[in-house]
Design a protein around this ligand. Structure first.
Ligand code: FAD
Ligand code: NAG
Ligand code: NAG
Ligand code: NAG
Ligand code: NAG
Length: 441
């Protein structure tokens, strides 16, 4: 679409970080003052199993890739000042490692230092890590050997910030929010055009421009094989007293790159342990979303959540990993009398190298894709919508042109290099992990 070519209607599928931020950007931009805007989400807001809805998300600018480091710095300055500041807590982030992952720590640190070293503390031993992070134990096993803490990083209450943003959007009185599940995009196979979406009840939402921002579910609405893959990540929560919460409130988030586990300071009576891992896949055979032939199928990994199955509990291996991590850093909180009372599988939309996918669809006119958060998209909530709109208008920022475009080739998942930040087990299939039993907390 040429920049002068303003759509008279936009349909955004998904009301998570990517979709809602795009709706906000449309409302703010005078060029779109006559554009009607619809946001459709399958769940009532905020979508309880959406990747953008949780007690916390890390806000950090220390990326190994300079363009993301710069964009994250802009976003973080908004978090600090005028973007949901009451939901942002600047308590620092410690990144540690004890094995080959030390290289990623070094690369990130180098970048961070390029931006300007202010409140970074290099941690050279298990003892220093233990002290900076307020760990109960600081022996080598528990703490990793190297790392740094950036006291200028923070975390945000993700659900709180999303609700805040929704209120901002509502102030414009421009967006029609629809709660309904999109079943299929409205394809015109003659004109290679998408003109909206068909809902589960058979009704249609038509638009000049459709923005697909359905997160990890995007793979069910277009063929993203070899481009995006949904991976399930482990979250475990344990209740914590008000005193314990207060005592931990100022401790930094700790991310151990060697096992990909992290601890975020507690909030609202819960301490969260999670894994930034390779994740579970959930291969599912579905009708080919872009085919006219109802018999044609594809097999893709799709989210499986507590909305799919209200009794869902994280597989035992995941709970064990979180438990062992908690045991190693805060043994007093990992006693049998204090089990995890809530677990969740949260789905990343991974790309082969961790870059987002923010681009017009190469085949379908009228379809724009905004996904591929790859486990690091949330922090950009204050700025990603504006960036998405620039891409819609053919003004993709130079440094992201290569990174966000539709890849020339689909690359089979076994050959993906990843973003270098993941750890933990590789190649786990969700149903196989469930089959190992012990599916109760
Ligand atoms: C466990 C976990 C930890 C993370 N930690 C961090 C972090 O610390 N820092 C950070 O920056 N990022 C983090 N991320 C990544 C970040 O949360 C995501 O990149 C971001 O939230 C993705 O937003 P989204 O809008 O693409 O997806 P979502 O928020 O999932 O939004 C997609 C929406 O589409 C809706 N939808 C799906 N299918 C349909 C359909 N057929 N019809 C209608 N609606 C539909 C869903 O209900 C959902 O609301 C983490 C992610 C997870 C899962
Ligand atoms: C929107 O419509 C009004 C009334 O027709 C018109 O004056 C205005 O120029 C339009 N705005 C844009 C950005 O096209
Ligand atoms: C730490 O984070 C701050 C703010 O997020 C960033 O500006 C700074 O460059 C980072 N720096 C260092 C030295 O880490
Ligand atoms: C980090 O992970 C490594 C590898 O599993 C482990 O040896 C170390 O104890 C962990 N450190 C922390 C702080 O959990
Ligand atoms: C789909 O399969 C059914 C049953 O096998 C068959 O009758 C039908 O012709 C097929 N449709 C197409 C479009 O191939």
């Amino acid at each position: 679409m040429a920049s002068s070519d303003i759509p008279s209607s936009v349909l955004i599928i998904g009301s998570g970080a990517f979709g809602l931020s795009t709706a906000w950007a449309l409302c703010k931009n005078p060029q779109f003052e006559n554009t009607s805007i619809t946001v459709v989400d399958r769940n009532t807001f905020p979508s309880s199993d959406g990747s953008s809805v949780d007690s916390s998300r890390i806000i950090r600018p220390d990326y190994a890739a300079a363009p993301y480091a710069r964009l994250a710095t802009i976003a973080q300055n908004r978090w600090r000042t005028d973007f949901a500041p009451e939901h942002y807590h600047e308590v620092g982030l410690a990144v540690t490692a004890s094995g080959p992952e030390q290289k990623y720590v070094g690369d990130s640190l180098a970048n961070v230092q390029n931006i300007g070293v202010d409140r970074v503390e290099v941690l050279n031993s298990a003892e220093e890590i233990g002290r900076a992070c307020g760990l109960e134990q600081n022996h080598d096993e528990a703490c990793g050997r190297t790392g740094y803490v950036n006291w200028s990083s923070g975390w945000a209450d993700a659900a709180g910030a999303l609700v805040w943003l929704r209120k901002e959007v509502e102030k414009y009185n421009r967006v029609n929010f629809v709660v309904a599940s999109v079943k299929k995009l409205l394809f015109d196979f003659e004109k290679d055009t998408v003109s909206g979406a068909t809902l589960a009840d058979g009704s249609e939402l038509c638009a000049d421009l459709t923005v697909l921002a359905a997160g990890a579910w995007s793979t069910s609405l277009i063929d993203l094989r070899g481009i995006c893959k949904s991976t399930g990540q482990v979250l475990c929560y344990t209740p914590i007293s008000a005193e314990e919460e207060a005592a931990m409130a100022k401790l930094p988030t700790i991310l151990n790159l060697s096992n990909a586990l992290f601890r975020i300071p507690p909030s609202k009576g819960m301490l969260k342990i999670a894994r930034h891992g390779h994740g579970y896949i959930n291969p599912t055979t579905i009708p080919h979303p872009e085919s006219q032939n109802p018999n044609e199928t594809i097999t893709v990994s799709l989210p499986y959540t507590h909305v799919t199955d209200p009794n869902l509990v994280v597989p035992l291996e995941g709970r064990k990993a979180c438990r062992e991590f908690l045991q190693s850093i805060h043994p007093s909180l990992a006693t049998p009398s204090r089990p995890f009372t809530m677990t969740r599988i949260c789905w990343y939309t991974d790309t082969r190298d961790g870059d987002f996918l923010i681009t017009h669809h190469p085949k379908w006119k009228g379809l724009f894709v905004a996904t591929g958060g790859s486990g690091h998209g949330f922090k950009f909530l204050p700025v990603i919508g504006d960036a998405i709109l620039e891409c819609v208008q053919g003004r993709t920022p130079e440094e992201f042109k290569e990174r966000w475009r539709w890849p020339e080739q689909r690359v089979s998942e076994e050959q993906w290099v990843g973003d270098g930040s993941r750890g933990g087990p590789v190649g786990m299939v969700l149903s196989e992990e469930f089959a190992k039993g012990d599916t109760k907390l």
